[in-house]
Design a protein around this ligand. Structure first.
Ligand code: ADP
Ligand code: MG
Length: 275
């Protein structure tokens, strides 16, 4: 099962989707005062253009480590990792992706619009262009009309939408999202899940999304990567082929429940819950 996520590069057939992320035999060990922490072990994964891939697993199984390795924020101990055919460092310098953290991390003294504009400001983009871009991204996440508000005037869900707009400011094709809705209540999360799905459909981005919610993973994804802890390994890769324009009601269908069941079984088989 664990190999089912591997797609041979340049597979036969008409125009195979390009591989955005290619991970081979990746290992990452943190050196600590108490000895090595084996965070990732022998991870192999391919992510194609336009996919929505969720990484699911319990706390401490290496989801953030894997995202950070993709984003060049951690260095693998061994193995290879390519983003758009480039090293993570080259992809980072070329601004190939946007990164959304679990906490919105907006600057409280800047308006929402000026938070979204910040990466563009650092990049040296001209004022008019950067404002136009920020407006476009804020519209995409349904925050039109909130440009001049400050973060603390917005709800948690709206703040997280603003941070998604900020990650989109470079207009990257790849979006890395590490538990972006983990701190929100279920009703807000449901709503943002639907909005994220709309955004994904409208923009044709490739998304890598970390969650520990089975429902969220099954609802959003074209592919679910189930991980197990100590050391973090991929124990199952599940393809989901629900229609792209699905809504929350699919969660009641037997097909949805069957996929959710397989995810749950995978987590169990990986002894994900040790307590
Ligand atoms: P997850 O995001 O799935 O909760 P993480 O990737 O954050 O997991 O962590 C995986 C493992 O690596 C955990 O055991 C964690 O304690 C450890 N870890 C994470 N970052 C570091 C670090 N900088 N130094 C040492 N150990 C770390
Ligand atoms: Mg994490």
């Amino acid at each position: 099962m664990s190999g089912s996520g591997i797609r041979p590069d340049g597979a036969a057939g008409a125009k195979p989707p390009a591989t955005v992320i290619a991970i081979r035999d990746l290992n990452l060990t943190y050196a600590t005062a108490d000895g090595p922490v084996f965070a990732l072990s022998n991870v192999n994964l391919d992510i194609a253009t336009g996919e929505f891939v969720s990484l699911i697993g319990p706390s401490g199984c290496g989801k953030t480590t894997l995202m950070r390795a993709i984003a060049d924020l951690e260095q693998p101990t061994s193995g290879s990792l390519l983003v758009d055919g480039l090293s993570p460092e080259e992809a980072r310098l070329g601004r190939h992706y946007g990164y959304v953290f679990q906490a919105p991390a907006l600057y409280p003294w800047r308006t929402i619009e000026r938070n979204v504009m910040l990466p563009l400001e650092i990049m040296g983009m001209k004022g008019d262009e950067r404002r136009a871009r920020a407006r476009r991204q804020l519209e995409l996440v349904n925050l039109k009309g909130f440009e001049r508000k400050f973060p603390w005037q917005l709800s948690g869900g709206m703040q997280q939408r603003a941070s998604i707009a900020r990650a989109l400011s470079f207009e990257p094709k790849l979006l890395l999202m590490d538990e972006p809705f983990g701190a929100l209540d279920e009703i807000v999360r449901d709503h943002l899940n639907e909005e994220l799905l709309k955004l994904w459909r409208a923009t044709d981005k490739t998304v890598v999304f970390v969650t520990h919610s089975i429902q969220e993973a099954v609802f959003l994804s074209t592919k679910i990567v189930v991980m197990s802890p100590r050391p973090g390994r991929i124990i199952d890769v599940i393809d989901c082929d629900f229609p792209r324009d699905r809504d929350l009601s699919i969660r009641e269908t037997p097909e949805f429940m069957a996929v959710a069941h397989r995810v749950r079984e995978g987590l169990r088989a990986g002894h994900a819950y040790v307590d």
